[in-house]
Design a protein around this ligand. Structure first.
Ligand SMILES: *Cc1c(COP(=O)(O)O)cnc(C)c1O
Length: 361
């Protein structure tokens, strides 16, 4: 068996030990005589899986008790509407910072349900930086202030959070959840689709301060009401059972094999440094993001020559470095180096880039 290094932006790699554990338990989960895929979500054995997954997430992310943790479906994209429907409930206003396509989509959805305002945007330079924010432009009575923390397509991240005072900060952390410690108490709501850094596709985690929910707009569909899911322990309807189970295995991996999020961050910094240092020294390859806003998770780069980019992608693929083609809006290449990408994978990529540069210049 030969496994490739998969640089996909999502769904992405999972830790090998997690895949092996899932394989071991595939036919008979811990003596239950059945696969987790086959279990009733109302069974005792499944109940312990979902409870353990939540407990581990709370422990690993250090989530305060006054926050609800929800395991939902509908992807990160459903949250663009859910956030607005549930939280735009007092002034009906919300502020958005546009740092990429995901933030823009969230803003457009928010604007359907209330008065959404764009505070700043970095679209003028293909979202290659995080815009500086002027607090005096914030809406003082906004129901929330929305950011996309790590911009998967463009490779930028907020290293500093906006100071929104009493206005709850809402953040899409789909592509950076569990990559480093995060102070949950600074946010009103966090959400993340699972398929980047947590589990296979199919589940979205929502972490929300409990005082913010329970008063959704009247038009809110029942399935889009956070309170309904909170009251039912994410079991109002059938949850994404198997994805939650794999998330539990990933959380066990972070806790027991990696040693927690501080350690995870160290490893991620080491991987990213290897790649960024090479990009900064290369004459052929250039990172597309301003240095101070570089993401640890998604690293876009270009040669400046479309034909050379295509040649690189083709040859990288032949060498077991797959899904490295950049998003069409940026072009070039993008290496997504999430938690499960081993250091050796980045090392192999950098060595391959060096060789490619020597041969083609
Ligand atoms: C992938 C992604 C999404 C969309 O997630 P879906 O689960 O496909 O809806 C939203 N936001 C960010 C930051 C993402 O990376």
């Amino acid at each position: 068996m030969s496994r490739v290094y998969n640089f996909s932006a999502g769904p992405s790699m999972l830790p090998e030990s997690v895949l092996k554990k899932a394989a071991d338990e595939m036919l008979d989960y811990q003596g239950s005589g059945q696969s987790v895929m086959e279990m009733s979500h109302r069974s005792k054995v499944y109940d312990s899986i979902i409870k353990e997954a939540e407990a581990l997430l709370r422990e690993v992310m250090n989530i305060p008790d006054n926050y609800k943790v929800l395991f939902l479906q509908g992807g990160g994209s459903s949250q663009f509407a859910m956030v607005a429907l549930n939280l735009m409930n007092k002034s009906g206003k919300a502020d958005y910072v546009l740092t990429g396509q995901w933030a823009k989509k969230a803003y457009k959805e928010g604007a359907r349900y209330g008065e959404a305002k764009v505070i700043a945007s970095s679209e003028d330079k293909t979202f290659s930086y995080i815009p500086k924010l002027d607090k005096s432009t914030f809406t003082p009575d906004a129901d929330y202030f929305y950011i996309c923390m790590n911009n998967t397509i463009y490779g930028t991240v907020y290293h500093e959070l906006p100071d929104t005072g009493d206005v709850p900060l809402v953040a899409d952390i789909s592509s950076c959840i569990l990559s480093e410690p995060i102070d949950v108490s600074k946010f009103g709501l966090l959400f993340a689709g699972a398929q980047k850094n947590m589990a296979p596709a199919g589940m979205t985690v929502v972490i929300v301060r409990e005082d913010l929910i329970g008063n959704p707009q009247d038009i809110t569909p029942t399935m889009f009401n956070y309170q309904i899911h909170a009251d039912n322990g994410s079991m109002f309807n059938t949850p994404p059972c198997y994805t939650i189970y794999v998330a539990k295995l990933v959380l066990e991996w972070i806790k027991n094999e990696i040693g927690g999020l501080d350690k995870m961050k160290e490893l991620n910094e080491k991987k990213a440094k290897l790649l960024y240092d090479f990009l900064d020294s290369s004459k052929m390859f250039k990172g597309t993001v301003v240095k101070e806003d570089r993401s640890l998770m998604n690293v876009p780069f270009v040669t400046g020559d479309d034909e050379l980019d295509a040649k690189f992608v083709k040859e990288a693929t032949e060498n077991g470095l797959v899904n490295i083609k950049g998003h069409r809006s940026v072009g070039g290449m993008r290496a997504s180096i999430y938690n499960a990408m081993p250091y050796e994978g980045v090392e192999k990529l950098v060595n391959f880039m060096k060789e490619f540069e020597e041969k083609n210049s």
